[in-house]
Design a protein around this ligand. Structure first.
Ligand SMILES: Nc1ncnc2c1ncn2[C@@H]1O[C@H](COP(=O)(O)OP(=O)(O)O)[C@@H](O)[C@H]1O
Ligand SMILES: [Mg+2]
Length: 282
């Protein structure tokens, strides 16, 4: 355990928006070969933390290192360094084809490459031929090669999410950050995404994933960190996190699938009823 290489190290990351501290002094690391989960109620600061990791935001305090080097707070430089991500709200190029979206992903390693890809200049056309084989491999990997010429906007939602993953993989990252990859998916698609994440890890890419689907998180992750009101409340294995009363308490009032809180809510309600006597307005 101690000689495992650390891929990502976030230290003391704080992000303030005016008077609001969305992320407060968070330390988190991801090691080679790991799938790490980041969970927490809505508004806990998970996406903001991702934005700090990927250079979309400059953290108010703290720093983020990738493979021992401090990452600059500029997203294209973060991508170039080897960190790729998907977004909670899908960000595909809707009017490009499936294949073109993956090809664009291959050229986001540099700012110049991205513009060249978007404007489809001669440099891009040449690079495109060289990249197409790799892009098709990635489409095979996610199971969408048969839709290479479909427009991204015509794909069902679950396939759009998968395409976003392929586009992120196209930058050949060493670490992939997924922000709610199964949002809007049916149970079959969610299970398939679980398998996909394992396959990504098996390719040697470390994964940090934000998810609301607790079954997904607890099945998949080697380690889970819980963010509540911007602070890391608990971190540990799935067993440790599931058994922690503070985590259960943090989620009370925001029920989620597969969570153990149904009985906990009953217990709290029973205790309140006992304590509060007749205050039983519905
Ligand atoms: N750009 C921003 N400006 C101001 N407040 C923000 C911004 N981004 C996020 N927030 C606030 O930060 C908090 C955490 O949000 P977010 O990171 O999206 O939570 P989560 O992803 O855990 O649901 C929320 O209160 C949200 O309103
Ligand atoms: Mg979010």
């Amino acid at each position: 355990m101690t000689n495992t290489a650390t891929v990502l190290q976030a230290s003391g990351v704080t992000m303030r928006f005016g008077g609001l501290t969305a992320v407060r002094d968070v330390d988190l690391h991801v090691d080679q070969g790991e799938i790490v989960g980041l969970i927490g109620p809505n508004g806990a600061g998970k996406t903001t933390f991702f934005n700090c990791l990927t250079g979309l935001y400059t953290p108010t305090e703290g720093q983020v290192s990738y493979q021992g080097k401090v990452l600059p707070a500029q997203s294209h430089l973060v991508t170039q360094a080897g960190v790729a991500r998907t977004f909670q709200n899908i960000r595909l190029f809707a009017n490009m084809t499936v294949l073109e979206n993956v090809l664009v992903g291959r050229h986001t390693r540099t700012k110049e490459g991205l513009w060249s890809a978007l404007l489809r200049g001669p440099g891009f056309k040449k690079a495109e031929r060289g990249s197409e084989e790799r892009a098709m491999e990635l489409l095979d990997f996610i199971g969408l090669s048969h839709k290479r010429d479909h427009l991204a906007r015509n794909l069902p939602y679950g396939e759009q999410r998968k395409l976003e993953i392929a586009r992120a993989l196209a930058s050949e990252p060493g670490l992939l950050l997924l922000d709610e990859p199964t949002a809007g998916m049916n149970p079959q698609e969610t299970r398939a995404t679980e398998e996909l994440v394992v396959a990504i890890r098996d390719k040697g890419i470390a994964v940090l994933v934000i998810e609301h689907d607790m079954r997904f998180i607890f099945n998949l992750c080697d380690r889970v960190a819980v963010l509540v009101q911007g602070e890391k409340l608990v971190e540990g294995t799935s067993e440790v996190v599931q058994g922690d009363e503070r985590v259960i308490a943090a989620y009370l009032g925001t029920p989620f699938e597969g969570a153990p809180e149904d009985t906990a809510i009953e217990e709290v309600q029973a205790a309140e009823a006992q304590a509060g006597g007749e205050g039983n307005d519905q």
